[in-house]
Design a protein around this ligand. Structure first.
Ligand SMILES: NC(=O)c1ccc[n+]([C@@H]2O[C@H](COP(=O)([O-])OP(=O)(O)OC[C@H]3O[C@@H](n4cnc5c(N)ncnc54)[C@H](O)[C@@H]3O)[C@@H](O)[C@H]2O)c1
Length: 269
């Protein structure tokens, strides 16, 4: 299916690694020009690899979702280097790095940084790009939430709460931007092998007695076996395929939705 996005401009925040990098690659595979925004220096190599692989224009820009000015500066650079953003993808995220079950394993002081990156970070990102999206003929924004935001996951409460906030903000933003022809959706991924996912395992494993510790693969495989009807991990490419479809005009009548790409772990009515 032609997704009708050739030569559109995609911005992937958190695009240097993991799910964001896969979204950037999938957007380029559909012929979009891609700006890779991240705090991580590997953004440059990611943008160059995508340009070489798909023969599209790309750029790499430093941007920190906890800093509104850095996002505003990056948005101005995107406009200058590639043109106004048509499709915004916000994949930047981080956990507390601690095992938060029960919740009093964490201090209340562990919360603000996690909320700032995952929730307010998404809000800042949409603030920075909203005008460009409104100028697009078919603008869209896609926020990466998490099934942790739907089930009170017994791992990292501030992360879960932040992702629940992202799901709700998706609805607020979708209502506000609909009148401007911009759609806003979210994806809740399940279990994907990335740096972030491994840090959840690390935080858990560090708190286990020696005889109950597990390596990363066994820990994840067991969770998947127990919780996922389709019985397999998700991949960054699974998320990217859904993200690029939701961004495209083929999903032109879908807004305010959170789509779970989680092998059926959480099923909506
Ligand atoms: N991996 C999973 O199992 C899983 C499950 C559900 C949701 N998610 C969500 O998917 C998204 C991508 O995570 P991932 O698993 O690919 O992790 P990852 O650690 O591989 O990638 C996260 C990216 O975000 C960037 N980032 C972090 N803080 C930033 C900041 N302040 N400003 C700009 N960029 C920043 C990192 O440098 C990195 O490139 C996150 O929102 C995460 O919460 C992941």
């Amino acid at each position: 299916m032609d997704l009708l996005v050739k030569n559109d401009v995609a911005v992937v925040v958190g695009g240097a690694q993991g799910i964001g990098a896969a979204i950037a690659d999938a957007a380029a595979a559909e012929g979009m020009c891609v700006a890779v925004l991240d705090i991580h220096p590997s953004r440059q190599a990611a943008a160059e690899a995508i340009a070489a692989r798909h023969q599209v224009k790309t750029c790499a820009l430093a941007a920190d979702v906890t800093d509104a000015k850095s996002l505003d500066d990056a948005a101005a650079q995107v406009r200058q280097q590639l043109g106004a953003c048509d499709h915004l993808f916000c994949a930047a995220g981080a956990g507390s790095g601690k095992f938060g079950f029960p919740f009093w394993n964490l201090e209340p002081t562990d919360w603000p940084r996690v909320l700032d990156i995952n929730l307010t970070g998404a809000v800042r990102t949409l603030h920075a790009f909203r005008e460009q999206l409104m100028q697009s003929a078919h603008g869209s924004a896609l926020l990466i939430a998490s099934i942790a935001g739907q089930i009170g996951s017994p791992t990292d409460p501030p992360y879960s709460a932040a992702k629940a906030g992202v799901i709700n903000f998706t609805q607020c933003a979708a209502r506000d931007l609909a009148a401007h022809g911009v759609r806003v959706n979210a994806i809740s991924p399940g279990m994907i092998k990335t740096t972030l996912n491994k840090s959840v395992w690390q935080a858990w494993n560090d708190r286990q007695p020696a005889d109950q510790q597990q390596d990363y693969e066994s820990w994840g495989d067991e969770k998947v076996r127990r919780n996922v009807p389709l019985g397999r991990w998700q991949t960054p490419e699974d998320i990217a395929a859904a993200a690029v479809f939701l961004a495209s005009p083929r999903a032109g009548n879908i807004t305010g939705q959170t789509v779970n790409v989680d092998g059926g772990q959480v099923m909506h009515a």
